[in-house]
Design a protein around this ligand. Structure first.
Ligand code: NDP
Length: 328
């Protein structure tokens, strides 16, 4: 038997509960059985568990898009019992039973070897949010952005993607400006490495198509008017990455910054990112993320608390990263 956050649907509503399941209830589609040590609550887990958006596409579903743990049994050539692995995305927790559970049966092709430096708990402090922040930073680098180009704006800065982006960029030598709705968390963001903290209301309303040039680059996880204003404030040749929709899925943009300032908008997808990119991102995280910053951005909860945390994350009440000890 193992405990899991099970999602069911009735009358169009999602119900979440921690239940004990039999091992043979695990779906057969998967060639590696993993003992999960830790999972986490990302914004997407919040949407899935509360049913606020149609993240789950097969019922019943074990929630949890991220997990870290140890291989128990494997029919996949790449994995042996005892190896430490991390899983992010690939539709896990959406179409395939997820990792807010003590056990998960996963496809070996989806797993990444956990870098030596990280414990399972460290991996889940990072989670999909942190790995997406790393993908965003790598995209900026590939577009030629370097620290002496100027300030980098991080939106949704106190959130999961935002917190890791602030930590990574400052460690890499960039001057980071953090945009947040939680100005009382300014000190938290400064400890992570923000040189300046601004009120997100400066970006969240409709603005002019071209605004004063401020940013060499932008890491956005908010979308909507915030992303549009950030692009309108990019310097000539600047680059923005877009991964999220915390403000909205809409993108009410204007062509002017693209054709008059030659700016670039780079979309980031973590869910189906190819294996080489994932491995590179995890190696870079192991190299670039300072241990004390990792510790400062997280707090721990047990499996039963995951449901309440899910409700809080969609209300925007969580800062940093929440780690779920599935054995607690
Ligand atoms: P969090 O909830 O941890 O962070 C989101 C942050 O956005 C909040 O903390 C808040 O930060 C800010 N925010 C919330 N509501 C609003 C609003 N109405 N207007 C402006 N800002 C707002 O989520 P994650 O960091 O886990 O994810 C962020 C987004 O990125 C989500 O939309 C998620 O789905 C997406 N995502 C996409 C991925 C991909 O592969 N493309 C992967 C990972 C995440 P503050 O209070 O500091 O302003």
């Amino acid at each position: 038997m193992f405990n899991a956050v099970l999602l069911t649907q009735s009358d169009g509503k999602t119900h979440a509960a921690v239940v004990a399941l039999n091992d043979d209830a695990l779906p057969p589609d998967g060639d590696v059985l993993v003992a999960i040590d830790y999972s986490t609550i990302n914004y997407k887990d919040g949407l899935a568990i509360t049913g606020k958006a149609p993240v789950v596409r097969s019922w019943p579903m074990v929630a949890g898009i991220d997990g870290a743990g140890t291989v128990l049994a494997s029919k996949h050539a790449a994995w042996r019992p005892g190896e430490r692995v991390v899983l992010n995305g690939y539709g896990v927790g959406e179409t395939h039973w997820g990792c807010l559970a003590q056990k998960a049966r996963l496809r070996g092709d989806w797993l990444v070897k956990l870098p030596e430096r990280f414990s399972s708990r460290d991996a889940m402090i990072i989670g999909t949010a942190g790995y997406t922040a790393m993908l965003s930073v790598m995209a900026l680098e590939r577009s030629g952005v370097v620290p002496h180009h100027g300030d980098v704006l991080v939106t949704g800065a106190s959130g999961g993607v935002g917190s890791v982006a602030v930590a990574l960029l400052s460690s890499l030598g960039y001057r980071v400006v953090a945009s947040t709705g939680k100005l009382h968390e300014a000190e938290y963001l400064q400890v992570l490495g923000a040189a300046e903290v601004i009120d997100r209301r400066l970006l969240s309303e409709p603005g002019k198509p071209l605004q004063k040039e401020r940013w060499a680059a932008v890491v956005d996880s908010v979308g909507s008017h915030t992303l549009v204003n950030a692009i309108a404030q990019l310097r000539y040749g600047g680059v923005a990455t877009a991964c999220g929709l915390a403000q909205g899925m809409d993108f009410p943009a204007n062509m002017a910054p693209f054709i008059l300032r030659g700016v670039t908008l780079h979309g980031i997808d973590s869910v189906m990112a190819p294996r080489e990119l994932r491995e590179e991102a995890w190696q870079r995280l192991a190299h670039d993320l300072e241990p004390q910053k990792l510790g400062g951005m997280s707090h721990d909860v047990g499996l039963a608390d995951a449901i309440v945390v899910a409700q809080r994350i969609v209300r925007g009440e969580i800062h940093g990263r929440v780690v779920v000890d599935v054995n607690r």
